[in-house]
Write a protein that binds this ligand. Structure first.
Ligand code: 5RP
Length: 219
């Protein structure tokens, strides 16, 4: 029997709770992260609370009675748990399908271990089939779009405002053979807040739900 993608997301979210030990947990955004929040609620007695990467995740955590901390009040976190739109064997990720990429990158930066939770459809040889989200200050959107076009991409403005009050350009058609260099290059464009490549700080542990089992991949 083949599991649905949602069932795989649920399984991998449950598997991630083995890394929840104590203290404050960094929590991502999206449907897989939502399943993780629901699983986290079952072990919430172990932790002091969580830092959320979006208002949506913060609301869901609070509904489960999990205290949400401001990142500025937290000096360190053992783990950050989040999904991804794509991930490679090098643990480089493409994220931001849910538009929360900037806060995700900031919360992940504070955590010692990034636990990425994905179903097997997200595991790819090369990043970029999924359009790359770039968060941009509204006044810079046309300029940044022109610069992204020079890099070979086709930017499309998403009908969406981020939690930070900015816009997202989804860049189609980029050949991302060097994600570390591409992440840095796009972040150099004036007006870009950040882009959805998580390569300078890759995942440390990938839990990948396949039809047979949840596999643990580390690098
Ligand atoms: C949100 C993200 C998500 O992790 C990514 O879009 C995957 O989402 P889902 O778990 O719903 O497939 O980066 O900004």
């Amino acid at each position: 029997m083949a599991f649905t993608q949602d069932e795989l997301k649920q399984q991998v979210a449950k598997a991630a709770t083995q890394y929840v030990k104590s203290g404050i947990i960094g929590v991502g955004t999206g449907s897989t992260a939502n399943y993780f929040i629901d699983e986290l609620a079952k072990v919430k007695h172990k932790i002091d609370g969580a830092v959320a990467s979006s208002e949506a995740s913060a609301d869901r955590l609070r509904k489960h009675g999990i205290e949400v901390f401001d990142l500025n009040s937290v000096n360190s976190m053992d783990i950050y748990v989040d999904g991804a739109d794509e991930i490679t064997e090098h643990m480089h990720m493409l994220k931001g399908g849910g538009g929360a990429l900037t806060r995700e990158k900031i919360v992940a930066a504070v955590a010692k271990t990034f636990v990425c939770i994905c179903d097997e459809t997200k595991y790819v040889p090369v990043l970029g089939k999924f359009p790359l989200p770039v968060e941009v200050l509204p006044m810079a959107k046309s300029y940044v779009a022109r610069e992204l076009t020079k890099l070979g991409g086709q930017p499309q403005l998403r009908n969406f405002t981020t939690d930070n009050g900015n816009v997202i350009l989804d860049v189609h058609g980029l050949a991302i053979t060097d994600p570390v260099a591409m992440e840095a290059m796009i972040n150099q464009i004036v007006g870009v807040v950040t882009n959805g490549l998580f390569a300078a700080r890759p995942a440390n542990i990938l839990l990948l739900a396949t039809n047979d089992s949840v596999k643990t991949i580390t690098k």
